[in-house]
Design a protein around this ligand. Structure first.
Ligand code: ARG
Length: 469
């Protein structure tokens, strides 16, 4: 006789219920319940296919579908009672289905295993997340492009090594992130393309002897095609890894932008302001205005990269096909993709809220000899000097300014002529930061006219895309 407390789903040959600690380590219902909508969607497609293939009756399939709809509405309304003894979402749903419709429920699991079931549910869930992230990233691009258009001629210092390098425009800086995000979206779209194959019907690992129609279930669930190898179908999680890798790179971009906002917000820089909506205060220092949302967005990159690392380490060395190790794929992925979504939303809010401070940026752009390259280029253009010689002459003029403690455009013509006698007063036209940025008209360069053009092209593209959705 089977002990009544043995598992209803697989306890036929068991005579004892699991130890408390066994149940605790084994259960995934605490986190995989979020897969319930995907699980029910997959089960409905499976039941419809079983009926179509004549494996179960149409009446049973109808009962099953109706029952599953009822289960979903109970879950959505919060009245569903999840049980840890039933391990996971698949068995919780099926058990409730049995309460609701009786024996027909037992036919749903024909030609299927939890192995292909969970692989299908998880793919559907990751696919939904990718779609959500893509829309959120498009929204952020729009905020950045709007800000870029509005700040196309605001001059700021451009940095390399975080040392003043050459003046750029704030709009140009915003557009750099629009481009990075376009690639993030491309990576997510690539991951989506590769994950969009259906594992359902791989069964436990070897396929099934029932005459199932895997093309039918694949199509019903919006997949391009069924996966071609049943062992692969149940045992790989590369789709989650690839999505986490794309998410990690995106999170790194968000983290870099966060870091810049944090630097720009310091009184030493004072390049931007965030309103009260996106700042926090200190409980002891009344003067403080902290960019907490940017700091947390910077930190989440660590957490998201950690998720990739965590799943990669779970998967390495696992023999084909399914191992229970793979249950550990979910929490980190759920957490990472939810974190990224939050970061993107917070970043969209911050970018919309961000107020550039043109005077501070303009003043900083003028410091640090940031037009030295313009001077060298002038020597090349006007005096036909080889660039390396011009670099040397400019270096000597910068040194002179440094000794005098003044900016390049504060040197007199005579002083510059002591270094290079052929310099004329026309040189002053390139020493201003405004003229410097205006001259950078090469494709992809920072000239305000370029930035305006590029920002408008992005706005047009993004608004059109939004209209289509
Ligand atoms: N909860 C399991 C998971 O998330 C479902 C698959 C269980 N399969 C099995 N053969 N025990 O991976």
């Amino acid at each position: 006789m089977t002990d009544k407390s043995a598992n209803k789903m697989w306890g036929g040959r068991f005579s004892m219920s699991p130890a408390e600690i066994m149940e605790e380590i084994n259960a995934s219902i605490g986190f995989d319940k979020v897969l319930a909508p995907q699980d029910i969607r997959g089960s409905k497609a499976h039941a419809a296919m079983l009926a179509e293939a004549g494996i179960i009756t149409k009446t049973d399939a109808r009962e099953i579908a109706k029952g599953l709809d009822q289960v979903l509405s109970e879950i959505e309304s919060g009245s569903f009672n999840f049980s840890r003894a039933l391990e996971d979402v698949h068995m919780n749903v099926e058990s409730r289905l049995r309460d609701l419709i009786g024996p027909a429920s037992g036919r749903l699991h024909t030609a299927r295993s939890r192995n292909d079931q969970v692989a299908t549910d998880f793919r559907l869930w990751v696919r939904d997340q990718i779609d959500g992230l893509d829309a959120a990233l498009a929204g952020l691009q729009l905020e950045l492009a709007r800000k870029a258009e509005a700040t196309a001629s605001i001059v700021m210092p451009g940095f390399t090594h975080l040392q003043p390098a050459q003046p750029v425009t704030f709009g140009h800086h915003m557009l750099a992130y629009v481009e990075m995000i376009a690639r993030d979206r491309g990576r997510l779209a690539d991951a989506r393309k590769r994950l969009n194959e259906c594992p359902l019907g791989s069964a436990a690992l070897a396929g099934t002897s029932f005459p199932i129609d895997r093309h039918m279930t694949a199509q019903a669930l919006g997949f391009e095609r069924p996966m071609a190898n049943s062992l692969d179908g149940v045992s790989d999680r590369d789709f989650a890894l690839e999505t986490l890798a794309a998410a990690t790179i995106c999170a790194i971009h968000m983290s870099r932008l966060s870091e810049e906002i944090i630097i720009w917000m310091t009184p030493q820089f004072g390049f931007v302001k965030l309103s009260d909506k996106f700042s926090t205060g200190s409980s002891i220092m009344p003067q403080k205005r902290n960019p907490d949302a940017a700091e947390l967005s910077r930190a989440k990159a660590g957490r998201i990269a950690g998720a990739f690392q965590s799943l990669a380490m779970v998967m390495k060395g696992l023999p084909l096909a399914y191992s229970k190790d793979m249950q550990e794929d979910k929490e980190v992925t759920f957490d990472a993709l939810a974190s990224l979504k939050l970061v993107i939303a917070a970043m969209s809010g911050m970018i919309g809220d961000l107020k550039p401070m043109p005077d501070a940026m303009r003043a900083a752009a003028g410091r640090g000899y940031s037009t030295a390259t313009d001077l060298a280029d002038w020597l090349v253009r006007e005096l036909k000097m080889p660039f390396r010689d011009a670099h040397h002459v400019t270096g000597a003029i910068v040194k002179l300014a440094e000794t005098k403690g003044c900016d390049l455009d504060a040197l007199s013509l005579e002083e510059m002529q002591k270094v290079e006698p052929r310099i004329t007063k026309a040189v002053f036209s390139v020493l201003s930061v405004e003229n410097s940025v205006k001259s950078r008209t090469s494709y992809g360069g920072t000239a305000p006219q370029n930035v305006t053009k590029m920002a408008r092209a992005w706005l047009k593209k993004l608004e059109k895309e939004r209209g289509k959705v």
